[in-house]
Design a protein around this ligand. Sequence first.
Ligand code: C2E
Ligand code: MG
Ligand code: MG
Ligand code: MG
Length: 282
Amino acid sequence: HAKEQGRSGFRFFEMAMNANVHQQLKLQQDLRRALDRNEFTLHYQPKLVSPNGPVVGVEALLRWNKPGEGLVPPDQFLPVAERTGLIIPIGNWVIDEACRQMREWRDAGHGVWAVSVNVSTAQLNHMGLVDTLRDALVRHAIEPGHLTVEVTESTAMRDAETSLAILNQVAALGVGISIDDFGTGYSSLLYLKQLPADELKIDRGFVTELARGNDDEAIVSAIIALGKTLGMKIVAEGVETVEQQQLLTRLGCNALQGFLLGSPVSAAELPATLPATLPASA
Ligand code: C2E
Ligand code: MG
Ligand code: MG
Ligand code: MG
């Protein structure tokens, strides 16, 4: 009896696995087609000193405008893109598109907002990243200092020697480097000290728990002190309440990002959603 059950259990597992493999293959094909058909789009979320400005920059966030389904968020397709290598052409598109958009905003007389793009582990370990960044900057005539790459703490840590070498090349190009989701990885202080990073983003997890009277305020203070000691600007992500905003500002964050200050919106919508202040000088 037990044997039979074990068998049907296995068959069920096998079928579920086949369905899963099938789904992934389908997604892989769809993503390839999405690139050809130009179905990806970037939304932009501001980083602000305070709710009334100034604007420190904007972060580009990838969306897939899937026909018949609307905007698909990145966590639903990036893992497959990452595993299949499709993240390289998709990521190259993101970098070029962000620079093209900066140029368009400028030519239209909008602010000179610096743009950050997210770069995943496979992209950072890929030899072409530095060339892709340089090509996009030249093609759209953007100063390197107006572009920043965000790498998560875990991405920067993986294969630390290679990551450091590439990040040094990115920094030599003049492109900014931001450590994303900080506090969720396990960076050694020695490694962190060597990173040519300009900005450190405190993970949303700590921000969410703030003002609830637990240890997170002490942790956030410590992260801010550490980042500042290493010469980095501190950005808090996921700021949703006035209470969090006030506390983070008091603790010394240089910029804030989150639904309270502005949700990610399309490039066309962005100018109208930003506070009517001059952009912060870079
Ligand atoms: P991330 O870089 O840490 O981006 C922040 C995420 O938090 C975004 O989700 C943003 O929409 C969301 N968010 C912003 N403010 C708030 C808030 O106040 N509350 C809450 N609950 N969420 C907030 P999104 O756009 O779904 O992106 C998820 C992740 O996907 C990003 O995390 C980033 O790691 C990755 N990603 C996004 N775009 C790209 C891209 O172009 N290339 C690569 N390689 N990764 C990307
Ligand atoms: Mg990010
Ligand atoms: Mg983040
Ligand atoms: Mg995050």
